[in-house]
Design a protein around this ligand. Structure first.
Ligand code: HEM
Length: 437
């Protein structure tokens, strides 16, 4: 009799040991599990309310992501609901309301809308490198954080007036620092896998209230003018209409903006820092990127390859409302399942010599939807993926053409897990020089 396939094997270490390993050395943990159990296995992390099936087979990942009804892992909402607000696309339950709001915001992130964001990214990067110490050293990661934050404030929030822009950036960077501090506390890291909504610490609440005041004032200003005349995302959200002709409330606009800030600034900064770390160590790649005759196809391929080899988000998961047969396994109802980019992207059957940085692999063919998953997939796929790719391309291109950078450390950066992302441990320190012409 042919029954349903068996559930995936469960990692045998205790949940406490698995969590400690995952927090300390996530890649080593993943590689160990893959060697021992194959391409699908169930992980149990201490504090998590359900086991998580880690998937790396594109067919299984496709089965998981194409179901638009599958909900988020509840921990995503628990961690962020107080900050983003309940109506933000990032935390809304999957279903009609999420789709409605996602559809409203999506046009702002279509490829053809990226012209303005590209322009902003170029200007911000140009201004940033004027300050860099020629002949000195500099950690790129914090500088990339400054760039991506300013790009969000200008291109997404549309705040360009210098004093206001500075004030808002100050507040947002305080907000992001407070959030990072909260997440770094061990107890909270453990609880971050649970689904109970966390109350916010007082300091965080205070910063958030200040940010909200500024954003609501900006939204009111857009409503008083003609938002269709402006190109920033906030104006587009204010002007956008649902099918029934109604629009977002002020709070609704604010919630989406906050989601874009939280989802879009740190991720892009980490990804940029990794991209520099890999490119600067490969003279042939650097030469091709800085060639005056250089082509956009190669630049695009470099960014895809960088997101393949150093995916910054460790996994994007869903809660299973019923058993799901995915690939060779039945994933049990009530557990979570997640595509794990690191595992998928390092499969030799998908990417020959998977650990080599080879942009050429993406010159003839674009990344395949379920074999290249730095942005997750399906109805919850990263809304800002085109924005992020454009931003990384422009910032990389602008900086490499204006200054000469050399890695200050001979060894490639080790990885450091920071909450849900993995970033370069030492911040990608470089020596800065003038470009020879
Ligand atoms: C390299 C940069 C980035 C990476 C690696 C990244 C990655 C991700 C991932 C893995 C998800 C979850 C997808 C899923 O559950 O299937 C996500 C969701 C999301 N991202 Fe990004 N992201 C990046 C940049 C951005 C930017 C720049 C923005 C906006 C300005 C953005 C906005 C969002 C939003 C709104 C969601 C929630 C989508 C939904 O639930 O419908 N992201 N991102």
């Amino acid at each position: 009799m042919t029954g349903r396939p068996a559930p995936p094997p469960t990692v045998s270490e205790s949940p406490a040991r698995q969590l400690a390993w995952w927090l300390e050395r996530p890649i080593q943990f993943l590689e160990h599990c893959r060697r021992r159990y194959g391409d699908t296995f169930m992980v149990r992390l201490f504090g998590a309310e359900a086991p998580i099936a880690f998937l790396s087979d594109p067919d299984a990942i496709r089965t998981l992501y194409i179901d638009p009804e599958l909900n988020l892992m509840p921990a995503r909402r628990a961690r962020l609901a107080h900050i983003l607000g309940p109506d933000s696309v990032f935390v809304l339950d999957s279903g009609p309301e999420h789709m409605k709001r996602r559809k409203l915001a999506a046009p702002s992130f279509h490829g053809d809308r990226m012209r303005y964001s590209r322009e902003v990214a170029r200007e911000v990067a140009e201004r940033e490198i004027r300050e860099w110490p020629r002949g000195g050293t500099l950690a790129l990661y914090p500088r990339m954080q400054a760039i991506t934050l300013e790009v969000i404030v200008r291109a997404v929030f549309g705040v360009t007036e210098p004093a206001r822009n500075r004030e808002l950036r100050g507040m947002l960077s305080e907000l992001l620092t407070e959030l990072a501090r909260k997440r770094a506390q061990v107890g909270l890291v453990i609880r971050s896998f649970a689904s109970g909504v966390e109350p916010l610490p007082r300091r965080l609440r205070r910063v958030l209230a200040r940010v909200d005041r500024v954003l609501l004032a900006e939204i009111a200003e857009r409503r008083a003018g003609d938002p269709t005349e402006r190109e920033d995302v906030m104006s587009q959200l204010v002007a956008a209409r649902f099918e029934d002709g109604s629009g977002l409330s002020d709070r609704g606009v604010r919630d989406q903006l906050m989601a874009l800030l939280l989802a879009g600034s740190e991720t892009s900064a980490v990804s940029l820092a990794w991209t520099f770390d890999m490119v600067l160590r490969r003279p042939e790649v650097l030469a091709r990127l800085t060639d005056p005759e250089g082509d956009d196809a190669y630049l695009r391929a470099v960014v895809w390859e960088s997101l393949r080899l150093r995916p910054v988000v460790m996994f994007a998961g869903r809660r299973l409302a019923s058993d799901l047969v995915a690939g060779e396994h039945t994933l049990p109802m009530g557990s979570d399942a997640a595509g794990v980019p690191w595992l998928t992207h390092s499969r030799p059957d998908l990417y020959p010599e998977p650990h080599a940085f080879r942009p050429e692999r993406f010159l003839d063919r674009k990344p395949q939807t379920y074999a290249w998953i730095p942005f997750g997939g399906g109805a919850r796929r990263c809304l800002g993926a085109a924005f992020a790719e454009a931003e990384i391309q422009v910032v990389l291109d602008t900086i490499l053409h204006r200054v000469s950078l050399e890695p200050a450390n001979p060894q490639p950066e080790p990885l450091k897990r920071r909450n849900m992302t993995v970033s370069p441990r030492n911040g990608t320190v470089v020596r800065v020089g003038e470009v020879e012409r």
